[in-house]
Design a protein around this ligand. Structure first.
Ligand SMILES: [Zn+2]
Ligand SMILES: [Zn+2]
Length: 525
């Protein structure tokens, strides 16, 4: 609320409770939020709140809002306070119409928990978006929509062609020229998403660390610190990681609910056990089925067990078993901390392949001390300029590419945003059907978020910080001995992609190979 208003604003509070279970917000809570907002912003509430408790039918609800607007027109109040934008109508369309009417009457709508300045283009854009999101979530998705989903499921594709965390469109995918929000059918990928080179490995790591007993909160904090972001570029909370993992998409699966499960399980629960239909997707998994089964088991296990909340060791999750497993393939599992080795030089943890105990892999072991010595030696070598010539060349090439790509991506993004605003306009003028609108809007949103994350990556690449310099390594090596293990792990995540523990015959120590993050696209993830 602007501070330039000299006189006190007068407000009518409008409360609406809908019957959809997932968005029950009690009238008391809504009223409380509105009153609190009014008190803070020097607004006087006029009369009793107007309540639509969804008991009186659609027509009388319409009349109620109309009467609120009339009171504003009559000069009784200046603003209408609602809990969220989506309260001012039953769906996006109604809300938008009511909003226009209120503004024509000289009033203004304020959503007290979503308060932003709607006198600016961006404020209005955010508000319109929130209304759309509320609409999509409100379960008014029609039968056609449902059918489209089921068709895609049968073809082994997720609901929509949009990106999933850990995945993206293939590099050959091209947009339609006359309808740039849609993709042409692509012979390379046939509409199947491919693994995102940065988020894909992070997703695999999250699964494996979770199944090895780490808390989601700890994993989320670590990933946040290492710069792993959601598709829309935001820091991911623990709950978001859990939802992403629950979907099973990273295990190569797609899932959906039949009518019975849809009725039984609210929108809130995303746990694997609340889905009755699973099928193999066409996309490539980032984890194997054994890991997925372990994930489900721990996910369904009772609560009350306490797990470490942050990385315990500098190399947590980085060490990989490079032995042949029982099936004759490269094992590649992450080593887990096990027993303590008592030795003359002091006790140290032993890391071992978790498949050794189930006899699925002959496995490798390495002590924490040897791993940490190797890491420090590696940091010191780089601080003395080892490999720096090659790295400087790679850095320069990457920067040049990023700098030349940024303007076109920025242009494309602006175009998409304008298109989104135009699409909403067409929909409000009833020039496109609701179904077309939803389809296009969803595609468009996915593209915008894809472009935003691309831009973010390019901006990072165009900066100096892509591959650290010898000085960066020197600083890190210097701080290293004084850092807590969790901090060490976070710092290491920026430079080390994985540490291979290679089985060595005879009585020799297993070999330790440190693979930097910028060489991860060549190495297997
Ligand atoms: Zn493609
Ligand atoms: Zn192994």
């Amino acid at each position: 609320m602007s501070a330039t208003h000299a006189r006190t604003l007068r407000a009518i509070v409008y409360i609406r409770v809908s019957t959809e279970k997932e968005e029950m917000q009690s009238p008391e809570q809504q009223l409380f939020s509105c009153s609190e907002y009014a008190a803070k912003n020097n607004i006087t509430i006029i009369g009793k709140p107007v309540e639509d408790l969804n008991l009186t039918g659609r027509e009388s609800a319409k009349r109620q809002i109309a009467s609120v607007i009339e009171r504003v027109r009559a000069g009784e109040a200046d603003v209408v306070l609602v809990w969220k934008w989506s309260r001012f109508g039953r769906n996006n369309y109604e809300s938008q119409v009511n909003l226009r009417e209120l503004e024509k009457a000289g009033g203004r709508l304020v959503a007290v928990t979503e308060d932003f300045d709607t006198t600016t283009y961006h404020g209005r854009f955010s508000r319109d978006n929130m209304l759309l999101v509320a609409d999509l979530q409100s379960g008014i998705i029609g039968a056609t929509w449902q059918e489209a989903h089921e068709r895609r499921h049968r073809k082994g594709l997720p609901h929509t062609g949009q990106a999933r965390f850990g995945y993206q469109r293939c590099p050959d995918c091209r947009r339609k020229e006359d309808a740039p929000q849609e993709y042409l059918s692509c012979d390379t990928c046939k509409g199947v998403l491919v693994v995102d080179p940065a988020r894909g490995p992070a997703l695999a790591e999250a699964y494996e660390r979770f199944t090895d007993g780490e808390s989601v909160a700890g994993i989320a904090a670590d990933m946040a610190e290492r710069g792993i972001r959601s598709l829309s570029g935001t820091v991911m909370k623990a709950t978001q990681w859990q939802v992403v993992m629950d979907s099973g998409f990273g295990a190569g699966l797609i899932r959906w609910r039949g009518p019975e499960y849809r009725a039984k399980h609210g929108r809130q629960s995303k746990k694997p056990s609340t889905y009755d239909n699973w099928a193999a997707g066409k996309h490539k998994p980032v984890i194997n089925m054994a890991t997925w089964e372990r994930y489900k088991r721990r996910r369904e296990a009772s609560k009350g067990i306490s797990w470490p909340t942050s990385a315990k060791y500098s190399c947590s999750g980085l060490l990989r078993c490079q032995a042949q497993n029982a099936a004759g393939n490269l094992c590649d599992r992450r080593l887990v901390a096990s027993a303590v080795l008592r030795s003359g030089g002091g006790d140290t943890k032993i890391f071992r392949c978790p498949d050794i105990s189930v006899k699925a892999c002959k496995g490798v072991t390495v002590t924490l001390r040897r791993a940490e010595d190797a890491i420090l030696a590696w940091l010191l070598e780089r601080s003395r300029g080892q490999d720096m010539g090659v790295m400087a060349m790679k850095r320069a090439a990457r920067r040049a590419r990023a700098v030349s790509d940024i303007p076109s991506v920025e242009r494309e993004l602006t175009g998409k945003r304008t298109e989104g605003a135009r699409l909403l306009d067409l929909y409000l003028k009833a020039l496109v059907s609701e179904e077309d609108f939803r389809n296009k809007k969803e595609e468009l949103d996915a593209e915008v978020s894809h472009l935003e994350s691309r831009l973010e990556v390019l901006r990072l690449d165009s900066g100096e910080g892509v591959i650290p310099s010898a000085e960066d390594f020197a600083t890190l090596a210097d701080l290293w001995p004084r850092m807590q293990p969790a901090k060490q792990r976070a710092a290491l995540g920026k430079v080390v992609g994985r540490i291979n523990i290679v089985k060595t015959p005879g009585k020799q120590y297993n070999k330790i190979e440190i693979i930097p993050v910028w060489e991860m696209d060549q190495a297997a993830s």
